[in-house]
Design a protein around this ligand. Structure first.
Ligand code: TRP
Length: 325
């Protein structure tokens, strides 16, 4: 049997190229080898969200991008967390075996308390318990995550060990699979590409939008005039060339170093590379978009498949805990 992989992503709407290389490409590769559960964690979004007005739209846009990029709903179970209500019951049960001090020392929790002291809700403290519930409800063995999620995964393993030692071996201990990919820097060159920093480029952008956005990207800050020589190793645009114009990246690098090519032309080349790269994706997305029910059908089918596993796991859990008459 292929190992079961569980991956969770918050509903962040239309995906940007950071999401694409960090998450979507991974889902596409893993589905060839493993039994994948690709979950949109809408309940996790509620721990920090200010309004849910755009929640359904965000879920739809994200799943549409996944599918158009090549996530195959026949191979992977693509679903939305809250559509399988067993998650809430398991979350409660696991909360009973999770010491509060384990949760209070989680780095992401401390960070959020520091950033938003006015919004420290009960659900936020339990975030890692909900995440653990996601993984083990589907008996996930492998969890692809970025480095920032490793403490959560360690906690998940501790909760599993504790549950298993109290009630018997019900859950496999999930292993983190560290996703390694070059960090995609935002177009403003300041940090990781993210929607919240508004320095992102959406993969479903039109060619014109791509050209316009890329033209605003920051390049090597030391290169102030066209005649100045550039330093591709510190240039954000050059990093993107590695991904989108791999065939010309060497040439572009050497030209930049001798001021043979200017930033404006370099960015035009990059924009064209990105336009070409996502061409087939845009076509497929338009095709899928023309069937407004499509995403709903996919996640409906996903929820059915996920529910079968969830019901069985929850029955085992309750039997182990002596909750069944
Ligand atoms: N915490 C993860 C993130 O912010 C999202 C997530 C929720 C998740 N449940 C999960 C990731 C289960 C992996 C497995 O990225």
């Amino acid at each position: 049997m292929a190992k079961r992989v569980f991956s969770g992503a918050r509903p962040t709407g239309r995906q940007h190229i950071g999401n694409y290389f960090g998450h979507i490409m991974n889902l596409i590769a893993l589905q060839e080898e493993y039994e994948c559960f690709d979950c949109v964690v809408d309940l996790h979004a509620l721990t920090t969200v200010e309004s849910t007005a755009s929640l359904q739209q965000d879920i739809n846009d994200m799943v549409l991008d996944w599918l158009a990029a090549g996530v195959d709903p026949e191979k992977s179970v693509v679903f939305v967390q809250s559509h399988v209500p067993e998650i809430t019951e398991l979350h409660l049960l696991l909360s009973m075996v999770t010491p509060l001090n384990w949760l209070l020392r989680v780095p992401t929790f401390k960070e959020k308390v520091r950033m938003h002291p006015e919004n420290v809700n009960y659900g936020l403290v339990g975030y890692p318990v909900l995440m653990t519930s996601d993984i083990v409800l589907y008996k996930g063995e492998m969890v692809p995550v970025g480095e920032d999620q490793l403490p959560h995964l360690e906690l998940a393993r501790e909760i599993v060990r504790r549950f298993n030692s109290m009630y018997g071996d019900v859950f496999p201990e999930p292993a983190a699979k560290l996703t390694q990919f070059p960090m995609i820097v935002g177009l403003d060159g300041t940090g990781k590409m993210s929607k919240s920093a508004d320095n992102h480029l959406e993969i479903a952008s039109t060619p014109d939008e791509i050209r316009r956005k890329v033209s605003t990207a920051f390049t090597d800050p030391a290169r102030k005039r066209r005649a100045d020589i550039g330093h591709p190793e510190v240039c954000n645009v050059y990093t993107l060339h590695k991904m989108f114009t791999p065939g010309r990246v060497q040439e572009i690098g050497s030209e930049c170093r001798v001021a043979g090519i200017g930033c404006v032309d370099c960015k035009k080349l990059l924009a064209q590379g990105i336009v070409d790269y996502f061409g087939p994706f845009r076509e497929r997305r338009l095709e899928l978009q023309s069937r407004p029910e499509y995403v709903r059908e996919v996640v409906g089918h996903g929820a059915e498949r996920a529910s079968r596993v969830a019901r069985e796991t929850l029955r085992e859990v309750k039997a182990a805990m002596n909750l069944l008459p």
